[in-house]
Design a protein around this ligand. Structure first.
Ligand SMILES: N[C@@H](CCC(=O)N[C@@H](CS)C(=O)NCC(=O)O)C(=O)O
Length: 206
């Protein structure tokens, strides 16, 4: 069975676990990283020299980078809609997966660290507010895109929804003033109604 090495409260592990559950691939997850440690051992670094989670182990094949793991699982399963058969739809999935990393991840990480991992008296309000402002503009772009479609590439949920989908839980549940983005909220409500999303993504933020 495929193993996923990584703690459940990591957004990058959540991408992989949610995707695996949706496409029906059984995986065994092992607690590594954060309070569990184990990600700086020689054995772990031999699989993932970055010392971060997640890492996928499929027999003697190792893979790191959560988006690459999501693509691998979807392609391994080979089934639409998660891994679209159309080259153009697949390219759009990849576009939104990369967009999350290059456009949204940094500001969402700052908001998360400032609100969840920093005690009140140490909070950097300038950094927090700057990140909220930046993320608001970025999420607004996706909100506009979702005006005319249910999911990021069209009518069906695909691997393209995974990184933004995991981040959207944090965006909608952390305690701060958000701009109203109704299309984004409707899309997120669709995700939040799914069992696999509830089980793997909608976990306490720690
Ligand atoms: N780009 C990598 C980033 C991985 C990453 O930074 N993981 C964090 C958790 S979200 C980590 O391993 N932190 C150290 C730890 O958990 O001990 C990916 O997407 O897989």
């Amino acid at each position: 069975m495929i193993q996923i090495l990584g703690r459940p409260n990591s957004i990058n592990v959540q991408k992989v676990m949610w995707c695996a559950a949706e496409i029906g691939i059984s995986v065994e997850r092992n607690d590594i990283g954060g309070a569990f440690g184990g990600n700086n051992t020689d054995a772990y670094l031999a699989k993932n020299p970055n010392g971060v989670v997640p890492t996928l182990v499929d027999g003697d094949f190792f893979l790191w980078e959560s988006n690459a793991i999501v693509r691998y699982l979807c392609e391994r399963q080979g089934a639409a809609p998660w891994f679209p058969q159309s080259l153009h739809d697949r390219a759009h999935c990849n576009q939104w997966m990369d967009w999350y990393l290059t456009s949204l991840h940094a500001s969402m990480t700052t908001i998360f660290w400032q609100l969840i991992r920093t005690i009140d008296e140490d909070r950097d309000h300038a950094a927090l507010n700057g990140a909220i402002e930046k993320a608001s503009v970025t999420w607004a772009l996706l909100d506009t895109h979702l005006q005319s479609r249910d999911f990021v590439t069209g009518d069906e949920l695909t691997m393209g929804d995974v990184p933004v989908g995991c981040s959207a839980y944090r965006w909608h549940t952390m305690d701060f003033d958000r701009p109203e983005l109704p299309n984004l909220k409707r899309w997120w409500d669709r995700l939040a109604a799914r069992d696999a999303y509830q089980q793997h993504v909608m976990l306490p933020l720690t």
